[in-house]
Design a protein around this ligand. Structure first.
Ligand code: GLU
Length: 359
């Protein structure tokens, strides 16, 4: 009899402990994250006359309408929205990118906001994502979301992308992974992603380095952290910056003319990125023009028009002798962003080369 009482008491005590442990966890699990959507325009906010036409106008739909298309996001997070711009991303500018960076810094400074979602056109998403990855100091998730089909299309991809993007921005496990892009169930790092199809829904890839993770109807899985520097470890700062130095990209091809390189110098570029052939190569005329530019103090970076692979220093081009920089694994458009931000400060070529290895 006594034994049975002790057993009962033991069960009662254990049950009480279990309840005490579980209740706070339950309450915590109920606490929704606060996510702010910063809308910039793009196809995700685009509208067409019918559901099956390819012509449409970017940036027609408000944040409320985008959220209303996926009311389930309100179960994931408390949502607030701000319209930063309303452009197709071919019209994205450094001015808007600086505005975004400033607003993200303000919003993420305190405890009121847990994550940021930026809706953006896909054309120049990689530039904005990479720029923000360089200059935003927060370790809170900053997630870019877009779509390939306008909101009015049959099988529009925007609503689910927005849902998944909010799920990542609201997720504590997404912290410390830099600026990300969420589209078509994949979570990319800003450093690795690139647009590979003009029209396909699966347009973003992260070649060689691979994905940060995946998300399926808001269930996220993470595979890795970015390997490059970003966030608090980044040395770049755009506080108070209103303009970035001019950096031009010149496309390399067979029998290329040096005229565009010379014109870029004449027009006052502070840096030139060559989208070279193969391992950042170019013909002798172009190489001579790059050497001339370098002697005038213009920073010339050799990147590649090839979709994947590193551009190595001193491989077929003697960078040491000619005063050039190799882009390592950055494509021309990201090389341009890094150089624009780097040139906010006086730097020597050795230091600029280091940046290409580290970021
Ligand atoms: N040109 C548009 C843009 O970048 C269309 C691309 C898109 O958003 O999918 O905003």
């Amino acid at each position: 009899m006594k034994k049975r009482n002790i057993k009962r008491q033991l069960i009662a005590v254990l049950s009480a402990i279990l309840i005490l442990i579980t209740i706070p966890q339950f309450i915590f699990a109920q606490k929704k994250a606060n996510v702010v959507i910063l809308a910039t325009g793009g196809t995700i906010a685009g509208a067409a006359g019918t559901g099956v036409q390819s012509g449409y106008t970017s940036g027609q739909v408000t944040i409320d309408a985008m959220v209303n298309a996926v009311p389930d996001v309100l179960k994931l997070a408390n949502i607030k929205g701000e319209q930063i711009s309303n452009v197709g991303s071919q019209d994205m500018s450094f001015e808007i990118m600086l505005k975004l960076a400033k607003r993200i810094a303000e919003l993420t400074a305190g405890n009121a906001v847990d994550g940021i979602v930026i809706t953006h056109g896909t054309d120049t998403m990689e530039e904005t994502a990479y720029f923000l990855n360089l200059v935003c100091k927060t370790d809170k998730p900053v997630v870019l979301v877009g779509s390939m089909r306008p909101s009015t299309a049959v099988s529009a991809d925007g609503p689910l992308n927005l849902y998944n993007g909010i799920a990542v921005a609201a997720d504590p496990n997404a912290k410390g992974r830099g600026v990300m892009l969420v589209m078509n169930d994949w979570i990319h790092s800003a450093q690795t992603l690139t647009k590979v199809s003009t029209t396909a829904v699966q347009t973003f890839m992260s070649p060689i380095r691979g994905l940060i993770g995946t998300t399926a109807y808001g269930v996220n899985e993470y595979y890795r952290y970015p390997y490059s520097k970003f966030g608090a470890k980044s040395e770049f700062n755009v506080d108070g910056v209103t303009k970035l130095p001019r950096v031009d990209i010149v496309y390399g091809d067979v029998d290329m003319s040096a005229d565009l390189i010379d014109a870029s110098v004449e027009k006052g570029a502070k840096g030139i990125v060559i989208a070279g052939v193969g391992n950042g190569n170019m013909n002798k005329a172009a190489l001579d023009a790059c050497t001339r530019a370098s002697k005038k103090g213009i920073v010339v970076v050799r990147s590649s028009r090839v979709a994947t692979g590193n551009v190595g220093r001193n491989v077929e081009v003697n960078d040491d002798e000619l005063g050039l920089v190799a882009s390592a694994d950055l494509n021309p458009q990201k090389s341009r962003i890094l150089l624009s931000v780097a040139l906010l400060k006086q730097r020597n070529l050795k230091d600029i080369q280091r940046l290409y290895y580290e970021y």
